[in-house]
Ligand binder design. Sequence first.
Ligand SMILES: [Zn+2]
Length: 315
Amino acid sequence: MRILKQRLSAFPLKTLILFLLLAHIVLLWPLPALAADKIKVVTSLEDLAAITRAVGGDKVEVFSIGKGYQNPHFVPPKPSFILKLKGADMVVQVGMGLEPWLQPLMDSSRNSRIFRGSPGFVDASVGVPALGVPVGRVDRSMGDVHGLGNPHYWLDPVNAKYISANIVSGLKRVDPADGAYFEQQRQIFLKRLAGKLTGWVKQAKPLQGLHVVTYHQSWPYFANRFGLNVVGFIEPQPGIPPSAKYLAGLIPKLKNQNVKLIIMEPYFNRQSADMVAKAIGAKVVVLPPSVGGTPEVTDYFGLFDYQLSALLKNL
Ligand SMILES: [Zn+2]
């Protein structure tokens, strides 16, 4: 006991006060937002991740399950995706049936905060003027992966207006305190988008009315915006690879259509596209349909920069 008293009294009071003061300052010091404080967002596609980063700024930490070089309809599941979803505050999907692989992963995560209808669930397609919505009965036995309309709507940059609005609504539900910040970030994003769009439309003038064939039905929104005329598809149905018989029937139909380009994504087999291109005197252009589809495309603006210059280079 005496020893303890001696030790305490040996501890100079001044030092103790200084220590407490320093501890107080350190505790009150505003720390930069740590990863743990950020809103954890998981997206199905890199395009959604890019837009979430743009509107979420330094308040979000974003992970995309699907990569831009993968077919977005068929992303192979991994246990690590379930872990990401388990720790997520928010999930963003393209919707319209694009990603049937997402729901089982979300179910396995057992994270009810991101389940459909919860504040942390965002369907980016809400409000988007959809193309190719089928009339009448939808028969998925035909292998149609576009049964709810064409889900490749992020390929019209104007649709980023709706996508970003849906994402900001989700962020505000999850983090109402930063609502004004997200709105402000979205305005900055939209302003930049409007400026870029003017340039892209101008740049796309030589593409007006150009007859093209696309491998998959990924490009109707893009074609509408930039004036391309899609006259055929290498796939007989979205998601169904072409048979030799189908291609043999397709070639004569395309021969007198003055098709200049065949547009395909990096993940499809080039053989069929090359074969048709040779038979009809067209060129094959491989275009990334998403951010990350090629290493040069790292954000949503870069996607259209890359696609348009690749098309123009091949005219
Ligand atoms: Zn598709």
